[in-house]
Design a protein around this ligand. Structure first.
Ligand SMILES: C=CC1=C(C)c2cc3[nH]c(cc4nc(cc5[nH]c(cc1n2)c(C)c5CCC(=O)O)C(CCC(=O)O)=C4C)c(C)c3C=C
Ligand SMILES: [Fe+2]
Length: 432
């Protein structure tokens, strides 16, 4: 099995938050975003850069120097893990859940995952869809397109695979602050699409939806975005719609416990989830009218970090360790007890950790002018009971940020390991 390039490339040479592409032809590693002088990533990297393949390649006579390398950046479909987990944040994202159609079972699901995998592989390589391509992504390279597939709890009963359902897919507990819309939650199948070009991302979404044919129909869809590569003068961790630097303390692939925290072990249970991960998806509305009324100082107390730099309120730079015990001249804790960045720390939650890989969203304004905007919070972990659940329980009991956010939809999905060459995603489940 060809592993995806491991993100060790995020080393001292590449500051936290920088995306790195590997260029297999030269064997060397170069950072596209360093070349472009930008970032907007989570400190996670990867992607093999290659020439734009398939219909993205212009006739030789017309070839002009590319404006940037953004279009040619390619992430590999085949690998130990699925793409879109440790891949640097992309500028555009679609999250979409499908339900199997009445009468569709294991056979139809297997055929669908086979079709989807073929499409994902082709599109991620910059090729056209196998049939009836719409030309929407024509002229563009793969633009770091990733497609990631997952299974929801309800998938297993519908396909007669109950015995294969992981315990980790048991429904998430209710949280007292939840305002969940069931119609926009969960689903039999989940697809995450990310790309640095909006047309490339839409093209993938539409192609995969057409591939579903009569086997499955869309249950819900959410559209998100992040900063575009090249927008900042230097590599930086992304900001969210509250203006905070968000992603600083994500686990790093270079850390020794990264794999253990984020991925199911190769010998894990059930066997078909080897090298997979569990994705928790939450549509979190930000109450921006209230948030924006706060002074910057008050906003910083909510999080426990400086808004401008992301540094802890106890001093230093973005990556300086937070001094949890530091007090001011009046004896008050500098980082308040309910500050979000204090209470979400693994050392305050029995070691619970997750990899946050969100997209921002903005779905217009309500009739009263209130923005329907926030965070499509996607987090990855080897086991939600040792990742999202204990931390969200803690947040539910008293997080300073909770006054300014509302969880509106929720999903939990089992995302199997990456497909080997010649395999489709989920084959070990569907044909095991
Ligand atoms: C249950 C998990 C979490 C939810 C839900 C959540 C929502 C949420 N967070 C921010 C903004 C920030 N979060 C930050 C850190 C942080 N948040 C979580 C977990 C959840 N956040 C964790 C595990 C951490 C890291 C803790 C640590 O290891 O120190 C930060 C600080 C900077 C950073 O480290 O990323 C910000 C800012 C928003 C806006 C939000 C919901 C909309
Ligand atoms: Fe957070």
């Amino acid at each position: 099995m060809a592993d995806q390039p491991t993100p060790e490339a995020t080393t001292e040479k590449n500051p936290p938050g920088e995306a790195v592409s590997q260029k297999p032809s030269s064997g060397g590693v170069f950072s596209r975003r360093r070349l472009l002088g930008t970032a907007g990533a989570t400190g996670l990297a990867l992607g093999a850069a290659g020439g734009a393949a398939g219909y993205a390649a212009a006739p030789a006579a017309d070839k002009a120097a590319p404006l940037t390398s953004l279009g040619t950046d390619t992430v590999m479909f085949h690998g130990k893990h699925q793409p879109g987990i440790t891949t640097a944040l992309q500028a555009r994202g679609h999250l979409v859940a499908f339900d199997l159609a009445a009468g569709a079972g294991r056979k139809e699901a297997a055929a669908l995952l086979r079709r989807w995998s073929t499409t994902a592989q082709r599109l991620m390589a910059g090729e056209a869809a196998a049939q009836d391509d719409t030309d929407v992504a024509r002229d563009a390279g793969p633009s770091s397109l990733t497609v990631t597939f997952g299974f929801g709890n309800s998938f297993f009963a519908r396909t007669g695979l109950e015995k294969q359902r992981p315990v980790a897919l048991d429904p998430l507990p209710d949280f007292s602050s939840d305002h969940l819309d069931k119609a926009r939650s969960n689903g039999d199948l989940w697809v995450q699409i990310g790309a640095d070009d909006a047309l490339v991302a839409f093209h993938a979404l539409r192609t995969l939806q057409k591939d579903a044919g009569s086997a499955a129909r869309v249950r819900w869809q959410m559209n998100g975005f992040n900063r575009s590569p090249g927008a900042t003068t230097q590599p930086m961790t992304a900001r969210n719609l509250m203006g905070q630097i968000d992603g600083t303390r994500n686990p790093k692939p270079s850390e020794s416990d990264f794999d253990r925290r984020i991925f199911v072990p190769a010998a894990g249970d059930p066997a078909w989830m080897a090298n997979g991960s569990y994705a928790v998806v939450r549509r979190i509305r930000m109450l921006l009218d209230d948030w924006e009324k706060l002074s910057v100082k008050a906003q910083e107390d909510v999080v426990g970090r400086k808004k401008s730099t992301g540094a802890p309120l106890t001093g230093g730079t973005e990556t300086t360790a937070m001094n949890l015990d530091k007090t001011d001249a009046d004896g008050n804790l500098v980082v308040p007890l309910n500050a979000h960045a204090r209470i979400t720390r693994p050392d305050q939650n029995g070691g619970a950790a997750m990899l946050r890989r969100p997209f921002s969203f903005h779905d217009g304004f309500d009739t009263d002018g209130v923005p329907d905007a926030g965070l499509l919070f996607v987090c990855w972990q080897a086991d939600p009971l040792r990742g999202f659940v204990p931390v969200q329980r803690k947040l539910d009991r008293g997080d300073a940020l909770s006054t300014f956010i509302r969880h509106e939809a929720s999903g939990l999905f089992a995302v199997p390991g990456g497909a080997a060459e010649g395999e489709y995603v989920g084959q070990r489940l569907l044909e095991g």
